[in-house]
Design a protein around this ligand. Structure first.
Ligand code: KIV
Ligand code: ZN
Length: 508
């Protein structure tokens, strides 16, 4: 039997830290259920002290997970953080507190204003001991371990193991390392740290040089038995190690690495679509494992090879990552049972009764406009419903006049948080500009629209057009919004309003 590599998912914590990727509690629970279907070993549910919303999410995620995985909460090496985290996890059957402090010269000098290494070690040791008063399972992260001198890092790790850490996380926080150098770092710890053989070594790598997966693999090759990762590689700045990449790489090289994971890889495509739809972060078509082109062959030579034998140009069987497609075709004639089954397979649980009827009605409206409703359409439809449910302002109607040589003019009617209908009109450089200006007149929020993109959800002229918008608030925070409709001007209005709603909800 090869070594088991535990998969620690941090989509809901580090992933959610990507500017504009914030998720509300309901969205996090949908992602949690998908993580359970994947069979991850640990779910990092959030940073409980950071906000009451995060605290509540961690509690509810722990409830949904039960004993199916370890649920972990992040803290700084600060007693109050640890107390709040322990409180959020108090009913969790398998709780873990993740605490830590910086170790690199850069972090000690600037972030901790000249703290010495000894002082940082003392803070780390104290935090681990404090966390151990609440839970048995304590993970310690030595932040920016990737830029710390090997001996400094070894001293800190040895001290926290002696204090009771059960998992030691060696993050390349800034994605600075070359893979072989990161591997040497892990090997050095294995060879020099007393007690390291009794704990789990975890790696947490960022993608600033596009090497997060390679770094994690070198970590595994040199002794790590836990990898921290996210769906689609979401995460701070350039992101984290992508779970789908690291799991498939381990599966492909199991013998050479003496390693395996227990992940159900056939759920990857589903997980990727779900997270993309919820966060509003599109997946690039050439993304490894889950991109739309990951198993598409376009040149004649390649097509000829694949037709003769798939393995000529494919190292992964598409069905092993869930890319085989669904056998159920959903149309306007599909009944409740087929819709419910497909939605459940996609990760959505909807109570019978009024709630399900509303979804079914929205599905029929869409099916009337499209011949076939694909999985991507269902993700969009469910995303649209979730956005509407939590909205402060909702879109009632839009009317646009545009065309050469007219001045684009838009009229919108919104329903405000008190249930009143409010109408405004304005003109702009194009129909979307006019719509956004008319919405601004009603909402009166202080922000700039900084990004706009439109993508067709599926192929064909009848496809839904999904618009993603990012806005920057006056305090510099970025919020993203999504909207999907067959008419892309309506998608645009919905996406803009969704971003404004997210901003207003964070500000109240
Ligand atoms: O990148 C990092 O160092 C982190 C830690 C909090 C684990 O995210
Ligand atoms: Zn990180």
């Amino acid at each position: 039997m090869t070594r088991k590599i535990k998969i620690f998912d941090t989509t809901l914590r580090d992933g959610e830290q990507s500017p504009g990727a914030s998720m509300n509690t309901q969205e996090k629970l949908v992602v949690t259920r998908q993580l359970l279907r994947l069979g991850v070993d640990v779910i990092e549910a959030g940073f409980p002290i950071s906000s009451p919303g995060d605290f509540k999410s961690v509690q509810q995620i722990a409830e949904v997970v039960g004993d199916k995985a370890v649920v972990c909460g992040l803290t700084r090496a600060v007693e109050k953080d640890i107390d709040v985290c322990a409180d959020a996890l108090k009913n969790c059957p398998r709780p873990r507190i993740h605490t830590g402090i910086g170790v690199s010269p850069e972090h000690l000098k600037y972030k901790f204003r000249g703290m010495t290494l000894d002082e940082a070690i003392e803070r780390g040791v104290h935090a681990v001991k404090h966390a151990r008063t609440y839970v048995e399972d304590v993970e310690f992260y030595a932040e920016d371990a990737g830029r710390a001198p090997f001996e400094d890092l070894a001293r800190m790790i040895e001290a926290v193991i002696a204090a009771g850490a059960t998992v030691v996380n060696i993050p390349d926080t800034t994605g600075y390392n070359m893979p072989w150098y990161f591997g040497e770092r892990i090997k050095y710890l294995c060879d020099h740290v007393k007690g390291i053989e009794n704990v789990t070594i975890s790696v947490h790598c960022h993608n600033d040089l596009g090497m997060a997966t390679a770094l994690a693999m070198e970590g595994v090759r040199n002794g790590a038995t836990q990898v921290e990762c996210t769906i689609n590689g979401l995460g701070e700045r350039a992101g984290n190690t992508a779970m789908e990449e690291v799991v498939m790489a381990i599966a492909m090289h199991e013998a050479e690495l003496d390693a395996h994971t227990d992940i159900n890889s056939s759920e990857f495509l589903q997980a990727s679509r779900l997270v993309s739809s919820i966060t509003g972060f599109p997946v690039q078509p050439n993304k490894a494992i889950v991109g739309a082109n990951a198993f598409a062959h376009s040149s004649g030579i390649h097509q000829d090879g694949v037709i003769k034998e798939r393995s000529t140009y494919e190292i992964i069987d598409p069905s092993s990552v869930g890319a085989a497609g669904s056998s159920i075709v959903l149309t306007a004639r599909s009944g409740h049972a087929a819709l419910r089954m497909r939605l459940e397979q996609l990760g959505y649980q909807i109570e019978d009764g009024e709630e399900f009827e509303k979804v079914h009605k929205a599905f029929l409206e869409l099916a009337d406009r499209k011949k076939e409703v694909m999985d991507e359409d269902l993700h969009s439809l469910m995303g649209e419903r979730a956005r509407e449910e939590s909205a402060l302002y909702t879109l009632k109607s839009t009317q646009i006049s545009c065309g050469q040589p007219l001045t684009p003019t838009a009229t919108v009617t919104l329903v405000d948080p008190f249930g009143n209908e409010r109408t405004a009109c304005d003109y702009g450089t194009g129909p979307v500009d006019a719509l956004c200006k008319a919405i601004d007149k009603v909402v009166q929020a202080d922000c700039d629209l900084t990004e706009f993109s439109v993508q067709s959800v599926t192929r064909g002229i009848d496809a839904l057009g999904e618009v993603t918008i990012r806005i920057t608030a006056a305090d510099g925070q970025v919020y993203s919004g999504r909207g999907s409709e067959c008419d892309i001007t309506v998608s645009s209005a919905k996406a803009y309003l969704n971003a404004l709603n997210r901003m207003l909800q964070k500000q109240v």
